[in-house]
Design a protein around this ligand. Structure first.
Ligand code: CA2
Length: 164
């Protein structure tokens, strides 16, 4: 195989690897209210806007995303389980479950791919009970306080992690 063929083949292999399975972007309780209440904390964008921006960026990066939100802990756990077979990585904003849910942590611990945790607000600048995260015990990285742009930053990082 010539040098150029080898480079193309590596690129193709990398593209196949990242294209194969989607990135699950999971959102916890009350995030369906994004853009509708408390814009001073969470900004003006709706969750549908965030999904649209993530889908567009994913297409640029050669990734696919599955974007979900639920107010129910068990539903989030079921999506994490689904990602075990069908997902290349998980980006999760667990909402208030961040600070309470050993069950979501356990589910994430059973997932083998990379996990990134996103918070729209800077949780460390807020009440003390928001300073601890169960999910951070599993996450490769945490983004907090970058507003909804944090999802896009996490997606770029996820691209690096799943392409490695
Ligand atoms: O900053 C974040 O992204 C949080 O995960 C958001 C959670 C909060 O419990 C975490 O401590 C930090 C709350 C999500 C509530 O989302 C709303 C959005 C708009 C209006 C009301 C709630």
């Amino acid at each position: 195989m010539g040098a150029i063929d080898a480079v193309s083949s590596r690129k193709l292999h990398k593209a196949r690897k990242t294209m194969a399975k989607p990135i699950f972007i999971l959102n916890g309780p009350n995030l369906n209210l994004l853009g509708k209440r408390q814009p001073e904390i969470y900004g003006a964008e709706t969750l549908a806007d965030v999904e649209q921006r993530c889908t567009a960026l994913a297409a640029e990066l050669g990734l696919m995303v599955r974007f979900h939100q639920s107010n129910h802990e068990g539903q989030i756990i079921d999506w994490v389980h689904l990602a075990r077979d069908e997902g290349a990585g998980i980006i999760i904003n667990p909402g208030a479950f961040t600070h309470t849910s050993v069950a979501i942590l356990d589910a994430l611990n059973a997932f083998e791919g990379p996990v990134l945790e996103v918070h729209i607000s800077n949780v460390h600048k807020r009440e003390a009970f928001r300073h601890h995260s169960y999910v951070s015990l599993r996450a490769e990285g945490v983004i907090a306080g970058f507003g909804t742009e944090g999802y896009l930053l996490a997606l770029r990082r996820m691209h690096t992690l799943v392409s490695a």
